[in-house]
Design a protein around this ligand. Sequence first.
Ligand SMILES: NC(=O)c1ccc[n+]([C@@H]2O[C@H](COP(=O)([O-])OP(=O)(O)OC[C@H]3O[C@@H](n4cnc5c(N)ncnc54)[C@H](OP(=O)(O)O)[C@@H]3O)[C@@H](O)[C@H]2O)c1
Length: 250
Amino acid sequence: MNSKRKVSKRGGVLAGQCALVTGAGRGIGRAVVLALAGAGAKVALLARSEDQLDGVAAEVRSSGGEAVTHPCDVACEGEIVAGVAECQRQLGRVDILVNNAGVFLDKPIAEITLADWDRVLRVNATAPFLFCRAVLPHMREQGGGRIVNIASTSGVQGYVGQAAYCASKHALLGFSRCLALEAKPSNIHVYTLCPGGVRTDFIAGTFLSKRLEGQPMIEPENMGDMVVFLVSQPPNVDIAEVVVRRFSTA
Ligand SMILES: NC(=O)c1ccc[n+]([C@@H]2O[C@H](COP(=O)([O-])OP(=O)(O)OC[C@H]3O[C@@H](n4cnc5c(N)ncnc54)[C@H](OP(=O)(O)O)[C@@H]3O)[C@@H](O)[C@H]2O)c1
């Protein structure tokens, strides 16, 4: 779906705020960027594919919004630290962090190599930890912030063939729960969004994609709207975790 969102020139619920989104070049990340920009936020886009980041940034700018891009491999701690510092320098502040970058693995346990395991845990769990650790001092200095970690229904239940992926998303959920407690005194809200079955290329070519063929799916734009809903809640409201499943009558 190629959504066109108009960025409100006169403001919007997130006017004056700056957001950093990982995995921003396609899929859910792209939709989150467009939704945040549509609500008036300036957005920093991170991922490895520069052409995709440039494409999404151009979409934001063509609707009147502001976007900066920064190529970053979230498997690399140095690139995360440099990326956060550079985005903060360019935007002036970071009010919202969306940890969205992720990789999928669909393999029986006996076939998962240590390299597979390390890669999935590194991108899906370690990278969000490093991003959170990097933005926390800025958010504390600013007097607050909002962090959205995109986990999965695989973070709240097991699936056959998804041991590494489920372990990474359970780890992310556990980390988020602790972060929420530690960050609360600094006025930082932490949300964990756990979707299942979003229409992107994430699971292309896997057993799971064959199983879901022709079935109703969640659209990436639904996730973008959900992120804006979460980060625009008033400060007295605490929404910790949201599980979003496909609604099917079948
Ligand atoms: N689609 C679903 O059904 C579904 C369900 C539950 C949860 N999720 C979660 O939602 C998030 C986004 O998924 P999606 O469906 O939008 O997938 P997607 O379309 O494949 O997009 C994944 C994004 O993550 C980035 N990424 C992957 N590895 C990276 C790395 N090492 N460094 C930097 N960026 C990296 C990719 O950019 P580059 O490759 O250019 O780096 C891309 O922008 C993931 O965390 C996923 O676990 C998805």
